[in-house]
Design a binder for this molecule. Structure first.
Ligand SMILES: [Zn+2]
Length: 575
């Protein structure tokens, strides 16, 4: 069946025992009395002759069957008898622009399981979905391919190669433009600019400025794409919260301005230059599928609500959500993340008629990979394979991430402290990204635990300053950190500045206000609130390896069987 075809023309092939059904074939069919009477819209069989009426209840048939078989085996019953085939999905006829978009690929070159365990995505399969969407765009249809940002960060194969194979893949797919996501800055602007040089497409960011307001020359603002006689204007926007969602030192000297007024002015300029269609691509997101809230909420909807000019499409990103809606007359799409979906929007040309927008899910079981992209992925995987499979340690138990305090977080904090030969280690819990299972643990698994490759820093502070620091980061909610080298009791309901009840050090020692202590934190914490080190007189010195390397080296250095630190180090005392 092809559900994109009109009613009455949807069956593309019908076979019986492997042979195509011919118009003059006759069959007998077992149905219930409701259907036989034409119920449920089956009037076409009302007039067919009844050749046998068993007068048996279906319930009884089932009971008899179970009794006779004894054991029911799925294979005896489940023979797939129908499937839905991909058809020409475009509802728009006549001249049209098809905008194909992805967002938040996060280096997901290899297919991987989603939260339900279904294997999805993978560059070669996204490529297939893109090729299919392009192949459907025929006759008077033209297409462009854009991405909403965050291309590289998140998997071993991408991170260990600093995103090179991701760009290879994007080049191969002939992306027309992408926007700079917050994670594009994770490896510093030098690496980002190296990836830009490798890319055959621009990284747009019209709202990225130097702090003095000047435009950043190496981040283009927009582009006009010519397709046949049509001019398509694409404007790209970085997330306004980029500075707090990557290491702040990587965006020093840059600012990220509010998009709406810029969209209006740039759209006017592009129309004046002859753009027939304006597509905005922005690395800000929102949610339409949160059960607790009606409608859509989030940054992108706020921004779109403020736009005054006519924009034909907003491609969103960053929130890894499924968005397909219209706000303020502007269609907005976002296609999940990590290659799990593809947005396909058909805009009539000139843009005045009916629009069609869909987000297509990408599951690998029903698709064939694109060979030319598959080879890019397997070459990248082969290059780092031996490293990925290296065994680092063996775990006696599972290490889940559940609750606000857990053993895996303690291990990471212990590794911080160990790496800096420091008194204390503190990690933000959000930096612990994946659980571990009992048994042998490989480099690849530890990589998923700490994919960001944050650098570590040793900070020197006096005891009273450390206490103040804990006051700040423990806050009013559940603790967002794991710690090492001390235990702390605090009252989350207490007044700000007086929540910490007690701090205990090993061997029964207590914190001395005047003594100097060393604390290891990562560079994300160093520059981002509430963890930021604001006191410029504190000595901050880098440790020569990343948080990932710290955990790996630390685990290698431990005796087996590994002692799992299940102790509660941050205790809430509710008063
Ligand atoms: Zn993002």
């Amino acid at each position: 069946m092809d559900l994109s075809k009109p009613f009455g023309n949807r069956i593309t092939s019908l076979t019986y025992k492997g042979k195509p059904v011919a118009p003059d074939d006759t069959f007998t069919m077992a149905i219930n009395n409701y259907r036989q009477s034409g119920g449920g819209g089956y009037s076409m069989i009302q007039s067919a002759p009844v050749i046998k009426d068993t007068q048996t209840e279906i319930r009884q048939l089932l009971i008899d069957e179970v009794k006779q078989k004894g054991t029911l085996r799925v294979d005896d019953y489940f023979t797939p008898s129908w499937r839905i085939v991909r058809g020409a999905a475009a509802q728009v006829t006549g001249p049209r622009l098809r905008v194909i978009s992805t967002n938040d690929f996060h280096g997901a070159l290899v297919p991987g399981p989603d939260a339900q365990g279904v294997v999805r995505g993978g560059a070669a399969y996204v490529a297939r979905a893109i090729e299919t969407a392009r192949a459907e765009c025929t006759d008077e249809c033209v297409s462009i391919l854009v991405d909403g940002g965050d291309l590289f960060q998140g998997t071993a194969v991408s991170n260990l190669t600093y995103g090179r194979p991701v760009v290879e893949y994007y080049n191969k797919m002939r992306y027309d433009a992408v926007v700079v996501g917050n994670h594009e800055f994770d490896w510093g602007t030098d690496t980002l600019r190296a990836r830009m040089r490798q890319s055959k497409f621009p990284y747009l960011g019209v709202n990225v400025r130097y702090t003095d307001g000047r435009d950043v020359p190496w981040i283009p603002n927009d582009t006009i794409i010519q397709r046949g006689k049509w001019k398509i204007g694409v404007i790209g926007f970085a997330s306004i919260i980029t500075a707090s969602t990557t290491k702040s030192t990587n965006v020093t000297g840059l600012r990220f301005d509010a998009p709406a007024p810029i969209i209006d002015s740039v759209a006017r300029v592009m129309r004046a230059k002859g753009a027939d269609v304006i597509v905005a691509v922005e690395h800000d997101g929102g949610f339409c599928d949160r059960p607790a809230t009606a409608g859509c909420s989030g940054e992108i909807f706020r921004i779109v609500g403020q736009i005054k000019e006519k924009i034909d499409l907003m491609v969103s990103g960053h929130s890894h959500s499924l968005v397909n809606t219209v706000v303020n007359g502007i269609p907005i799409v976002q296609a999940r993340s990590s290659g799990r979906a593809l947005a396909v929007v058909d805009i009539p040309l000139p843009p005045s008629g009916e629009l069609s927008a869909m987000v297509r899910e990408i599951g690998v079981d029903s698709m064939s990979p694109v060979a030319g992209v598959d080879s890019i992925v397997s070459r990248a995987v082969a290059m780092i394979g031996p490293k990925l499979n290296e065994k680092i340690t063996t775990l006696p138990i599972d290490l889940p991430r559940s609750g606000s305090q857990y053993a895996l977080g303690n291990i990471v904090a212990d590794a911080f402290r160990w790496a800096g030969k420091a008194d204390f280690g503190i990690t933000n819990t959000a930096g612990v990204r994946a659980p571990l299972r009992a048994g042998p643990v490989t480099f690849a698994q530890l990589f998923e635990v700490q994919p960001f490759g944050n650098n570590l820093f040793r900070v020197q502070m006096r005891g009273f300053e450390f206490r103040e620091y804990l006051e700040r980061i423990l806050g009013a909610n559940s603790p967002g950190v794991h710690v090492s080298g001390f235990t702390v009791a605090y009252n989350p309901n207490g007044a700000a500045g007086s929540r910490v009840a007690s701090i205990h050090l090993p061997e029964g020692r207590t914190l001395s206000d005047a003594a100097m202590y060393t604390v290891v934190i990562n560079d994300f914490m160093l520059g981002n609130d509430p963890y930021a080190i604001r006191n410029k007189s504190m000595a901050v010195t880098p440790i020569s390896f990343t948080d990932q390397e710290a955990t790996i080296r630390y685990l290698r250095a431990q005796r087996l069987p590994l002692a799992i630190p299940v102790d509660a180090r941050i205790v809430q005392v509710i008063e």
